[in-house]
Structures are given as structure tokens and as C-alpha cells.
Design a protein around this ligand. Structure first.
Ligand SMILES: [Zn+2]
Ligand SMILES: [Zn+2]
Length: 405
């Protein structure tokens, strides 16, 4: 068996042009559209065989012609969010397969596949949310093979829906059709759901669910300059209007943080009104990780004194989940979005913990459990370098490469 580090320079001399080939991929190859990508690539090259997730990555068997060209293609064109760490391949006897299929995952063996981080809402899903004719119009839990929760909902490997916190939601016929259709962008997207079959919002006040439109009630609370707890991707935030002195005073009292800066969430257009954004900083804000980026505040900016006293930077992030996007769009102004936690403790991510008195009486929650917590990451771009102040959501659990072996 040959082992190669995956790179466009992969040595393909050992691959016969035809026959049957078995390939094992390791790295970030689950939860990033890798199997659908291999399916489409095999179709394109007219190859037969199968692909399946394993506890160690992805196994692919293909037979037909132009095999070395096929392998070069998949290494070069792999989905942008995937990362092939190793690729092993071996020639095996031809089996005369008549089709190419995605097989059930094989859960045997050692579990050492890299789990994908959570991925910010993609452009295609944003477009659907904005389209009144789309069945996911304004749906707060939309996702696809290119975006959505991953690390925070995965309970076990291989990455399949029954091993995520989406296991309690049975796909409706429309979602199942998308999930099973190779040409659909939700083909094998494990958290796929829609307003009919997916998670639902709820608004709790003092632990009791209120009847009515949960989002509309939540907006009412925010507009009344109150503090609202919001269940997000990796935990709960405390949210309030950044422009409201009363809301900010209440938030500082609840958090017992008199002078520490708070993170803000807003659209790119809103952020530009308050901060100067370089090209590099824009790329960070709009990246799949969507971290909080510390940005230089415009001179004389009104928010700084309230949000980050004594500083000249504001920490902004874009609304990275569909629910956050709805909140920011409907409010039309920046919101403070600070982690809901007790002093010096990690972000609260379990529903019961969020109901503890003293943090917020009002909670915009939902019924998709968070399995692993992830706080918002914080980065700063300075002199062409990127510095991490906190490396969490959007980056965990990826390993950090060290400059020595
Ligand atoms: Zn998407
Ligand atoms: Zn559905």
C-alpha cells in the first residue's frame, strides 16, 4: 500500500490507468461535503464503486479508466473546507461494479478522524433565507453541505446524523429527497432540516415558554432595551442594543463587568459606520470561521465609551448563524453579543443552566441540543499577521501546526 501526503504534486506513478483502486483519506473529510464531492467526481469520470465514512476518515473504491487523472482531480479540487492529511492507495482486484454508491458508514476501528469546526452561514443559504418564495425563507436553522453546525452537535464518529444532536429530528419527505439527491447542495448534509421537520424557536420568560411568534417576542424585548439570552451555535449569548445606555448598564450589572469590553454583532455595512475595515479584516469577518475581529474604531465613535471604555478598538463579528442573521436584520442595528457565563467560567450551553436566575429572565432558545460548547473566537490583524486572543468556535477542534516535528 502506498502512503502519500496529499498535494497537487502527489506521485501517481504507481497508479495503473485502469483497474480498481482503494483509497483511504484522513484529515477533515467528514462534514465538509467530501462524499458528495467524490460521488460527483466519480460520475464525471464514469467510474463505478463506492465511498463511505469510517472512524478514521473516508474510504473510496473506484474502477474504470483514467484513474491517475481522477486521483489528481480529487486532490486538487477537494471541497474548500476539507483538509486531506494523508492519502493511502492500493490496487485491488476488479469487482465489476455497475454503479457508484455512497455506503453506510463503517464505525469499526480506531476513531481518529478530524471533526469539522462549525461553519458560518454560506451565501447560498443566505439567498434562500431572503427569498419569500423559498421553503426555507427566514428559517433560523437552515444549513447545507457548505455551512452549519458541526463540532458543537457531533456526539460520536463517524459523522452521521444519528451521531449528532439532530438525531431526534426526523427528516420530512422534501428534506429526505434533498439529502438523497446527488445533484442537490444538501446531498448528505447531516443537519439538513426545514420549518416542517427541524428545530423550533421558543421564548422563555422566567422558565416558562410563551405562546406566539418567539422571534417577534424576542425582538420586542430587545427593542424595550432589555437584556435577552440567545441560544446560539456553541452556547448562550446575552444580547442587547449596543446603542442603549440603559440596556448596557443592566448588562454590566448582570455580568459584573464594569469596564471590560463587550463583543458586538452587526452586518458589514453597520460595522463600517463604526470602524475602519482593512481588506484583511474583511476577509476574517466573512471567513467560514466568522470570528470576532478587533477593529479600529472611527475617531469620535459613540459606541466606544460604552462598549469598550478606554480602548480604541471594537470587537465585531458578523451574524454567523441563520438565527443571528434574522435578529440583526430585523433590529437593523448592532447588538452586544457577549457570552452568557458566570464570572471566569466557560460559556453556558445547556438549557437548564441558562435558566439560572440572575443572568437573564428572557431566553430565546430552541430544541437543538448543543453537545460541545464553543465560545466565539477573537482575532486581531496587525502588520499582516493574525493574532488569536481566543481560538474556539470556527477553529476548534482543528490542531495547531507547530513549526517543528
Ligand atoms: Zn449553506
Ligand atoms: Zn424538512
Amino acid at each position: 500500500m502506498q502512503t502519500r501526503n496529499a498535494s497537487p504534486d502527489l506521485c501517481l506513478a504507481d497508479i495503473k490507468e485502469d483497474g480498481r483502486l482503494r483509497l483511504h483519506f484522513s484529515g477533515i473529510v467528514q462534514g465538509v461535503g467530501f462524499r458528495p464531492f467524490l460521488y460527483r467526481a466519480a460520475e464525471k469520470f464514469g467510474l463505478k464503486g463506492f465511498v463511505r465514512n469510517t472512524s478514521a476518515g473516508v474510504t473510496l473504491e473506484v474502477e474504470g479508466g483514467r484513474l491517475s487523472e481522477f486521483v489528481r482531480h480529487i486532490v486538487r479540487q477537494a471541497p474548500p473546507l476539507s483538509r486531506i492529511e494523508t492519502l493511502r492507495f492500493e490496487a485491488i482486484p476488479v469487482r465489476h461494479s455497475v454503479e457508484f454508491t455512497i455506503l453506510e458508514s463503517d464505525a469499526r476501528g480506531q476513531k481518529n478522524v478530524l471533526v469539522s469546526p462549525d461553519i458560518a452561514l454560506c451565501r447560498n443559504c443566505q439567498k434562500e433565507m431572503a427569498d419569500p418564495g423559498d421553503r426555507r425563507h427566514a428559517y433560523p436553522f437552515t444549513n447545507c453541505t457548505d455551512c452549519g453546525p458541526r463540532f458543537t452537535i457531533i456526539e460520536d464518529l463517524p459523522y452521521d446524523r444519528p451521531q449528532t444532536t439532530m438525531k431526534g429530528f426526523k427528516m420530512c419527505p422534501d428534506c429526505r429527497r434533498e439529502y438523497q439527491s446527488p445533484s442537490d447542495r444538501r446531498y448528505h448534509a447531516q443537519p439538513v432540516s426545514c420549518p416542517h421537520c427541524g428545530p423550533k424557536l421558543k421564548l422563555l420568560i422566567k422558565g416558562r415558554a410563551r405562546k406566539g411568534d418567539a422571534l417577534a417576542l424576542a425582538l420586542k424585548i430587545l427593542r424595550a432595551d432589555k437584556v435577552l439570552a440567545v441560544k446560539g451555535v456553541g452556547g448562550f449569548h446575552l444580547a442587547c442594543r449596543a446603542a442603549s445606555a440603559a440596556a448596557m448598564a443592566r448588562l454590566r450589572y448582570l455580568k459584573q463587568r464594569s469596564g471590560k469590553p463587550f463583543a458586538l454583532m452587526a452586518s458589514l455595512e453597520m460595522i463600517r459606520q463604526h470602524c475602519l475595515i482593512s481588506q484583511k479584516e474583511k476577509e476574517l469577518l466573512t471567513s467560514p470561521a466568522a470570528p470576532i475581529v478587533l477593529l479600529a474604531a472611527r475617531p469620535g465613535n459613540q459606541l466606544v465609551a460604552r462598549i469598550a471604555p478606554g480602548q480604541n478598538r471594537l470587537g465585531f463579528m458578523l451574524p454567523y448563524s441563520p438565527l443571528h442573521r434574522l435578529l440583526i436584520e430585523k433590529m437593523g442595528e448592532p447588538l452586544v453579543m457577549t457570552s452568557a457565563n458566570r464570572r471566569d467560567e466557560p460559556i453556558i450551553f445547556r438549557d437548564k443552566a441558562a435558566e439560572l436566575p440572575g443572568l437573564s429572565d428572557s431566553i430565546l432558545s430552541h430544541d437543538r441540543p448543543i453537545h460541545a460548547f464553543a465560545d466565539d473566537s477573537v482575532v486581531c490583524s496587525f502588520d499582516k499577521e493574525i493574532y488569536f486572543f481566543r481560538r474556539s468556535r470556527g477553529f476548534v477542534p482543528l490542531p495547531i501546526r507547530l513549526p517543528f516535528s
